[in-house]
Write a protein that binds this ligand. Sequence first.
Ligand SMILES: [Zn+2]
Length: 184
Amino acid sequence: MWMTLRVLGQRLRGRKVLYQYYTNVTWRTCEQCLAWHGCIRPWPEAFPDPQDGCPRQLLQFPVRELGSYRAQARLMGDVVRRELQRRSWFREAEATLHVDGERALALLRQSGEVDVYLPEVERLVNRHQQTLQANPELRDEVRSILLSAWREKFAQPRYERLPERMRLEHEKGGAHHIEALLDQ
Ligand SMILES: [Zn+2]
């Protein structure tokens, strides 16, 4: 009912199209841009244009499709919440690896179930080089968690859109990189 009234309200104001904000949800998209992901507004000027390097796209759609775009916006919000949760797990793992290995491994596992990004893996390994060198068992665990998260990443639907050969090359290249980082 509320939705119907809202659509009607938009039409009465003579508006035929609306706009939805898209960014690309990755490890480096800033929180301000993530907060706009999926938001719907009546005109493009209603959105920020931070030009901060985060991808930004405004998608125009007919007012009569507001319902399905709002449903899409809810899914996009879920993706953003998962990414923010993933970051906080990964950051906590990074902060605790040298003092509480077990806890850090559990956090890495949780975060890897959402996604894993090579620049963050590099950061983690660089920060904890001494701990990892002194503790081969911990290093092996970290490597195996990150490798399986990496393989899982390429089994996700968004990677199925890549041509098979390219997907395999990305996957193999990344796996080699993780192995090299954690094989000291
Ligand atoms: Zn941004």
